[in-house]
Design a protein around this ligand. Structure first.
Ligand SMILES: Cc1cc2nc3c(=O)[nH]c(=O)nc-3n(C[C@H](O)[C@H](O)[C@H](O)COP(=O)(O)O)c2cc1C
Length: 387
């Protein structure tokens, strides 16, 4: 199973094609659009999130509410496009055209300069239009599709914000359904109400100072069978693939599983998870410090992944840069921008991880239809039970 996305942040639409998705899965369109709406929420976002309310149109691979096994084509129209038709038009225009809104001032912390040099583009708009996090809309749409496949097998995905700037949320052991419900009601996607108020205050304070904030997000996947991914080849290790997916989200700079970086400080006896067996529960771990992986394969415990997002690069208190025409130093101009996008980034993280898990699931149990996958999974689970 694979997908590619295309489209610019101010272009007419975003597009994706999912290839290899099985037939006979009932797709709930509201559930798919719910994921897109979740991505647009969260305290600390800029004005664009109020302009656009994303809705996916399915233009291939689904008939009468069910997938057919053909590639699933999805489109999200940019509602803002009407204001950008000349700037982002496909037709040729004069090089010095006013209407191009050429960008010649690379923004620190963005893809602008590297992309301009690499693709030999003197209009950095050609870089920023694609490097923008708007692109993640389609990755979330893909997540919105595969989550429905995972749900068929009882696999659940949850996410929570653990930190925004200096404010850390207290952790609570919660059933995954409670975690989903509580975080959904929070504007910063946290469980800890005291931290929630402090996070909102910290975002307001950063905004007043013309500054931005990053943070940490945790994603939990429950119900994953043992043995997704593989130890036999580096690029089949599922934890590695999840790490790549997380780091590919704009502004993500770190990833950890389970106790993560804390493992460096602890003795081995306080890091590794002891193996247990009960006739009813089969093999399991006494603890889950590893975050659901050993040897690049799922252990059957919860997958627990945390990602670190740097503060948004565009500051109202701007940083210095160099004009690509004059080579003179300037102070970056201010554009409308988010102060903190950590809650939204958490939604993106949930969905990109859901994709990786679903892809590994399809590699292991993949059939062409939902029924074939069910029977493959059942026979594997029997084998594990009788081991
Ligand atoms: C949900 C989300 C929203 C973002 N919003 C903004 C924004 O409004 N302004 C901005 O400068 N960067 C924003 N970013 C971050 C940039 O897209 C990112 O820093 C930039 O593309 C460079 O990529 P890198 O930080 O991974 O190197 C956002 C990222 C995410 C995930």
């Amino acid at each position: 199973m694979r997908y590619l996305t295309a489209g610019e942040t101010h272009g007419p639409q975003l597009t994706t094609i999912i290839e290899g998705f099985p037939s006979n899965v009932t797709l709930n369109f509201d559930e798919l659009n719910f994921q897109l709406h979740r991505r647009q929420k969260g305290y600390g976002r800029g004005r664009r999130m109020q302009i656009e309310k994303d809705t996916a149109q399915i233009v291939g691979g689904v008939r009468h509410g069910k997938t057919t096994g053909a590639p699933i084509a999805l489109v999200v129209v940019n509602n803002d496009w009407k204001h950008w038709t000349s700037v982002m038009g496909i037709e040729p225009v004069e090089d010095d055209s006013e209407g191009k809104r050429r960008v010649n001032r690379p923004r620190p912390g963005h893809a602008d300069l590297n992309g301009g040099l690499k693709y030999n583009q003197k209009d950095l708009r050609n870089i920023l239009e694609r490097s923008s996090a708007r692109e993640t809309t389609m990755r979330v749409a893909c997540g919105g599709v595969v989550r429905q496949l995972l749900a068929e097998f009882g696999i659940k995905v949850a996410g929570q914000v653990i930190r925004i700037g200096e404010v850390e949320a207290k952790r609570e052991e919660l059933a995954i359904d409670d975690l989903i419900r509580i975080t959904e009601e929070s504007p910063v996607r946290v469980v800890d109400k005291e931290a929630e108020a402090k996070m909102i205050a910290a975002i307001d304070a950063a905004k007043d100072d013309g500054d931005t904030l990053g943070g940490i997000v945790e994603v939990i996947i429950e119900g994953v069978p043992v043995g997704l991914g593989s130890h036999v080849q580096w690029d089949r290790k599922l934890d590695g693939r999840i790490a790549q997916a997380v780091l590919s989200i704009q502004a993500f700079k770190g990833v950890e599983f389970g106790i993560g970086f804390e493992a460096a400080e602890r003795r081995g006896s306080l890091v590794h998870d002891e193996i247990r067996y009960t006739p009813e529960g089969g093999f399991h771990r006494a603890t889950n410090r590893a975050g659901g992986f050993e040897g690049g394969m799922t252990t059957g415990e919860q997958i627990v992944v945390r990602g670190v997002m740097k503060p948004i690069s565009t500051l109202y208190k701007p940083l210095q840069s160099v004009d690509i025409d004059t080579k003179e130093v300037f102070t970056a101009q201010v554009e409308r921008s988010d102060t903190c996008a950590v809650p939204a980034a958490g939604v993106i993280m949930e969905n990109v991880i859901a994709w990786e898990v679903a892809q590994a699931f399809m590699e292991k149990f993949g059939g062409d239809s939902l029924e074939e996958i069910r029977s493959n999974l059942a026979s594997y689970l029997k084998q594990v039970e009788n081991y």
